[in-house]
Design a protein around this ligand. Sequence first.
Ligand SMILES: O=C(O)C(=O)C[C@]1(C(=O)O)C=C[C@@H](O)C=C1
Length: 369
Amino acid sequence: MKTTELHELRGRLDGINEQLLELLNERARIGVLIGEIKQSLDVPVHDAQREKQMLDRLAASNEGPFDDQTIRHLFKEIFKATLQLQQPERKKQPLLVSRRKEQADTVIRLRGTAIGGADSVLVAGPCSVESREQVMEVAASLKRAGVPVMRGGAFKPRTSPYDFQGLGFEGLRLLKEAADEYGLLTISEIVDPRHLEEAAAYIDIVQIGARNMHNFELLKAAGELRKPVLLKRGLAATLDEFLHAAEYIVSRGNTQVMLIERGIRTYEKWTRNTLDISAVPILKKESHLPVLVDVSHSTGRKDIMIPCAKAALAAGADGIMAEVHPNPPAALSDADQQLDIEEFEEFVREVKASGLYREAAGAGLKLGL
Ligand SMILES: O=C(O)C(=O)C[C@]1(C(=O)O)C=C[C@@H](O)C=C1
């Protein structure tokens, strides 16, 4: 008896599905006509106000059993699908950063160093610039190790406002002084769009940090620069969001953008973040921009940095970033994860000897390999 009833009810649902299908398509055809009129009038197809009016009216006349939220959700999906029919070309348009738009790898060239080309690159330096002696010692070590790019934070977005916030422009000046002394390139994070112009005098590559990956005003301002930008993946950013953040910069005319995977936030506590190694081949496949991996922030542990760096290179990364400090226990930030000079030189030796690191011809390392 029950099975007959079930059969009968399902038959009724099938009938209603047919009616809904017919109505949805009739609605879609009207949407397309409206879209054509709007395009001929040169007005935007998307109309948030009209959508809100329709949703409010539907919620007001809703008698359930679906609650208002569900009705709103279902109709929003219908509006979204209608919009896609109204502007099909928009959906198909690939992002500027996408491999579909540009097949060839973007190669960023800076005074003899190429990032994203045939050779791998290493970027290293202290978490924060703390003193002249500190950056000089690190710069000398980078030079010996054949590492061409020195990082060093001067504007530090820290979790606690009571933690060291960086030396600001004085830090950038010290970083540049040390880099110039040893013929290195500089990279440092900028957090305020108003600082970009002044900072550009000291740094060769502007870093946009993980916490600022969604800071669209900063991204837009970086897009106005004509200087390479290293964009870090946000703490909980999807790869789609990451590439859209890069698109903000590239769409403003600054095509010199490189991406860096720095670990994402997961439930795992044995690492500072979780290195999303799959991001590397996916980003390389989906985008033509160079892809680097920050093994310090992703792991937060010195003991697994070498295998993680090797894994990143094996997965197709164009470069590796690591933190190094002359006296890590005394560091003003990230004391646990920074390599000391000896550990750093061992790190470089191991990574370069792995067979995975593509060394530029003539860019020898002076660590006795
Ligand atoms: O009414 C319109 O102007 C439409 O374009 C139709 C429609 C809809 O599907 O109802 C589609 C997109 C707009 O954002 C608003 C509404």
